[in-house]
Design a protein around this ligand. Sequence first.
Ligand code: ADP
Length: 173
Amino acid sequence: MRIELIKGDITEQWVDAVVNAANTTLLGGGGVDGAIHRKGGRRILEECQAIRAKQGGCKVGEAVITTAGKLPAKFVIHTVGPRWNDGKSNEANLLKNCYINSLDLAVENNVDTIAFTNISTGIYRFPKNAAAEIAIDSVVNFPDKDKINLLQFVCFDEENYRIYSDKLKDLNS
Ligand code: ADP
């Protein structure tokens, strides 16, 4: 698996699957979730509603998959990151589960190329440095990583981009 760092907007990535930082309702929200639903159109919301009807939304740390509607990607993997509380509420494990469960779902759906947003580091206020550490560690140690060709970390804000640049440089040196 090749790991790539991108500074930009995840809704513009030409990959098989983009990973959304959703919330437990799956009905859309602010931040990247809002951007994905706005640009991807109503088919994404319809599939989210169908999942809700079947299993009642998505729990923190878990992931579900839908069409990507009008986005260049084929699928959206919606995962629900933990809201940062005090760091002692299992946030780190839950964030790790987001990455692993999203990657498992990607492999099950024969996804070859995948883009991740920086889950939980916006409205949910997970400290960015710790979140990047968890994201990279989860991906690098993912048991089935050979089944995915390309993984992009798409950083929207400058701070995350800088943090990931430093950590990925360490990884490659
Ligand atoms: P959460 O509630 O999980 O914190 P947010 O959407 O508020 O989710 O933020 C998660 C991350 O997504 C933040 O780092 C934010 O900068 C980033 N982000 C916001 N919009 C986009 C976008 N269009 N593409 C990629 N990342 C985005």
